[in-house]
Each structure stands twice: as C-alpha cells, then as structure tokens.
Design a protein around this ligand. Structure first.
Ligand code: DC
Length: 223
C-alpha cells in the first residue's frame, strides 16, 4: 500500500494520544506525537531559564539547541542536545511552557518542517493541534477528538497520579487545561481548529477502546 497519513487533532487531555497510538498499532503503522516535540522545546526553555513567551530569547534558543526525534523499537524518543529527555517532558511545568512556546511562529515553523519530513517517509498517525489544518492538509483521514474540560482534567489528573505525581489538585489541573485551551485556540499562528471535513469524536461518551474501534470503523469504511 502507498504511504498515507492519519491526522488526529484535539485539545489537551481529549484522549487523542492514547487513541492515535492504539489506531497506529492496530493498522501496523507509525505514530508521531507532535505535542512531545513542543514539550521538548518548552523543556529546553526551562533548562536554560528562558522565558518561553519571549520572541527574541526563543529565537536564539531555537538556533542553539539540537532537537531530534528517534524511533527505538517503534517508540518515539525525544533527544535534546544528545540527551534522551522522553521521560522529562510530562510534568505540569513543561505542559505550560510547551503551550507558551508553541505559540511562537519561529518554533512552529521548525517543528512543522520536521513533522512533514518524518511523515513523508512512512505511513503515520500524527496527533496534535494543527495536523489537518496546517501540517498535512492532504492527510487521508482527519479526526477531531474532543471532550468536556472537566472530563479532560479528570483524565490528566489520573495520568499524573499513575506516574506518581501528586503535586497538583483537580482544580489546578483544570485551571492548566483551561489556560492551555485558551492559548492553543486563540494564538495567531496555526491555532487549534476543527477543519470542516474532520470526523468529530467526542470521548465523553465512549471508553478509549470504544473510541478506537469507532475510529477504525470509519477508516475501514473509506478503504
Ligand atoms: O498534546 P500535548 O498536550 O502534549 O501538547 C503540548 C503543547 O504543544 C500544547 O499546549 C499545544 C502544543 N501543540 C501544538 O501547538 N501543536 C501541535 N501539533 C501539538 C501540540
């Protein structure tokens, strides 16, 4: 079969990563988490004590750092200046820095270029905010995964706690989600948008497994 791409866009905590990963596994294709790339830029800013909203400082940062995406046994690893930081990019601080830094065009241009170059080589499921609208407008399948902010906050809290991170309360997680929604949807550069042709999946009403099967059934229908 020829190379094709599946775009899975949606807000923070909608369940899109779990879903995209499950769909990729089921179809035997690769999965690219584009949020992990913005998270790595956010981590780089934190490490160098740079304001992730400051255009000039971030521009310099992007010139200086070396960011690589490696696939080891099919799993995506984020490499920052030669160091594997995959395990360091899921903290609440990195989430906020990633949302801030991803609003800057200098960051988006660099990440989008990398994403396109990766997705050109093999069939991929990509998840993010602007995959269907900007990164791969010709993706074969486009999904928009969403859920209420309260459901997404509950999921994010459970995820953090599963990882042994009890630093945030439900209210704090919800506040972060609302902050990121506001920024991700209202930034000038490639905001989160639902393209008209996307199939909308609301995960409030289904389990993740149920949603994955629903998505696969749409894909099979088109094939
Ligand atoms: O999906 P995530 O929560 O790991 O993403 C982290 C941040 O990166 C999120 O606040 C928005 C940004 N992002 C983006 O702007 N575009 C993408 N394609 C993916 C993520």
């Amino acid at each position: 079969m020829s190379i094709y791409q599946i775009a899975v866009d949606g807000p923070s905590g909608s369940g899109k990563s779990t879903l995209a990963k499950g769909v990729a596994k089921e179809l035997g294709i690769m999965y690219l988490d584009t949020g992990a790339m913005y998270r790595t830029c956010g981590l780089a800013a934190i490490k160098r004590r740079i304001d992730p909203k400051d255009d000039a400082q971030v521009k310099r940062l992007m010139d200086e750092i070396k960011l690589e995406v490696k696939f080891i046994d099919g799993e995506q690893h984020m490499i920052l200046d030669g160091e594997d930081v995959t395990g360091d990019i899921r903290t609440p601080q990195v989430s906020v820095a990633a949302s801030d830094i991803s609003a800057l065009p200098v960051v988006r241009t660099a990440m989008v270029e990398m994403q396109r170059s990766i997705a050109r080589k093999q069939s991929f499921v990509l998840d993010g905010r602007d995959i269907a609208s900007n990164v791969l407008p010709n993706a074969k399948y486009k999904f928009f995964v969403t859920a209420k902010a309260s459901t997404r906050a509950e999921r994010r809290l459970a995820e953090l706690q599963e990882r042994g991170d009890f630093s945030q309360s439900y209210e704090e997680v919800l506040r972060d989600i609302e902050y990121r929604d506001e920024q991700d949807m209202n930034r000038l550069s490639a905001p989160l948008v639902q393209v008209p042709e996307a199939i909308v999946i609301n995960t409030d009403e289904h389990t993740i497994e149920g949603t994955r099967d629903l998505l696969l059934s749409y894909i099979n229908e088109v094939n």
